[in-house]
Design a protein around this ligand. Structure first.
Ligand SMILES: C[S@@+](CC[C@H](N)C(=O)[O-])C[C@H]1O[C@@H](n2cnc3c(N)ncnc32)[C@H](O)[C@@H]1O
Length: 429
């Protein structure tokens, strides 16, 4: 059975990034994306699959829906799954990984669902697939989602999660994932033409993603994808597309992108990562207090240390206060993006306005369409914890930081999850 030209795609992303990913799809791929929990849906063809994998910097995985049908009995599942065009994505006997979920469906035993789908694939292709289970084992990921007796079967065309671009082989302390670093740059509202500084760059992820974004380099240009192993994959055609997209990138940045860190190891890591990513940055060893570039327009985008693991028990409040002074002294046209998982520390950079969870005028893309329950609870948590922090400063005999003065007001543009840890992105109010 020939695969229809139109493919139904689901592109997943980190929670909270959905509307930003939809804007990225609209800008880069053409077809309009529909925001759904955990990602976006869109229609396209094989070239959309290739371009989504190569070009979407906020995405985690591109799945193609192989089939959707109503089913309430296991023998029917085998029969219907066997009718789907698996040969388009999978060679006979090739390894697969399986992931099933079931909600409000008569078929609810995910082990039995996986087993029947593997059997159906084997019958269709003439050889049983090898089902691998270990996280490190390679194999095409087959998803089965059952909801209200409707099965949606899809395959992952990406392989390794898309944030693994291939250039970040050297890491410093607590690196920020590449997709989140790019999202922070995007929500900051940076114009992609003026100077950008990350004064606490660690392994340089924010600076490198900013450079790739400003030059329009496809973030996936240097890696492999699962669809390259598909039986009908046309490697020559795909490599021509990759080369065209790389050639279309701007050859140089319009203004410098500066990464700084006080730690020499971090500067070394960022230098080797930037070389692998093919971007030229100004990377220097310097403390946070070193002067910032003088320019009327620019962006300060950073991910300061927070949490016990990174602080090593050190009191981070002076560092955040210092960052607040730097931000307060910036010309008004500078954009700001700060990623932090501790609202009490973030409050020391600048007072958080109550509009934080709703929208962001300065941010360059659409705000989240709705406030999730997580966001709502975090919003109230952040104001309570700020009072707690001021109270604890006062009890330690220090004058608590007061609002106003030269501190710029911040608002929260995004709340996301960086591998089990909630991280908020703050921009200027
Ligand atoms: C959370 S890490 C940044 C991780 C980075 N975003 C990445 O993806 O690798 C924070 C960085 O801030 C740096 N840092 C901490 N205090 C600093 C200071 N006072 N001046 C400059 N850098 C500082 C640390 O050396 C560390 O590399």
């Amino acid at each position: 059975m020939a695969l229809p030209d139109r493919l139904s795609l689901f592109v997943s992303c980190a929670p909270g990034l959905e509307p930003w990913l939809a804007a990225e799809v609209d800008a880069l791929l053409g077809p309009r994306a529909q925001v759904v929990p955990g990602g976006v849906e869109l229609e396209g063809d094989l070239s959309t699959v290739h371009r989504a994998n190569l070009q979407l910097g906020l995405a985690q995985q591109v799945r193609v829906r192989v089939g959707r049908f109503r089913v309430t009995a296991l023998p029917d599942l085998v029969r219907k799954a066997q009718n789907l065009p698996w040969e388009r994505w999978l060679a006979p006997g090739a390894p697969i990984r399986m992931r099933a979920s079931a909600r409000r469906s008569r078929l609810y035993h995910t082990g039995a669902i996986n087993e029947r789908i593997a059997r159906a694939i084997g019958a269709r292709l003439g050889a049983e697939p090898v089902v691998v289970k270990g996280e490190d084992e390679r194999g095409l990921l087959v998803h089965a989602r059952f909801e209200h007796d409707e099965a949606v079967l899809s395959v992952d065309t990406s392989g390794d999660p898309l944030h693994r671009r291939g250039w970040r082989l050297a890491t410093a302390k607590a690196p920020l994932r590449e997709d989140l670093a790019r999202a922070l740059v995007v929500v900051s509202g940076w114009d992609r033409q003026s100077v950008l500084v990350d004064p606490m760059m660690g392994s340089g992820t924010i600076a490198i993603e900013a450079a790739l974004l400003a030059r329009g380099m496809p973030p996936g240009a240097g890696r492999r994808f699962a669809f390259q192993d598909a039986p009908e994959h046309d490697e020559r055609r795909f490599e021509a597309l990759r080369a065209r997209l790389v050639d279309a990138a701007k050859p140089a940045l319009a203004a410098p992108i500066v990464g700084r860190d006080r730690d020499a190891g971090a500067v070394a890591a960022a230098t080797s990562n930037a070389a692998r990513a093919g971007v030229e940055l100004e990377l220097v060893q310097a403390p946070l207090s070193a002067p910032l570039p003088t320019a009327d327009v620019g962006a300060l985008v950073t991910n300061p240390p927070w949490g016990l693991r990174v602080s090593g028990g050190r009191d981070l409040r002076p560092l955040y206060q210092r960052l607040g002074e730097l931000v307060g002294a910036l010309p008004p046209a500078w954009s700001l993006g700060v990623a932090c998982g501790d609202p009490r520390l973030a409050k020391l950079v600048g007072p958080l306005t109550s509009a934080a969870v709703q929208s962001s005028d300065r941010a360059s893309s659409p705000p989240a369409p709705h406030m999730t329950s997580d966001e709502a609870s975090e919003a109230s948590e952040s104001s309570e914890s700020s009072e707690a922090s001021e109270a604890s400063e006062a009890s330690e005999g220090r004058a608590p930081q007061r609002r106003g003065g030269r501190r710029a007001a911040l608002k929260r543009a995004l709340l996301t999850d960086a591998g089990g840890t909630k991280v908020a992105f703050y921009v200027r109010a």
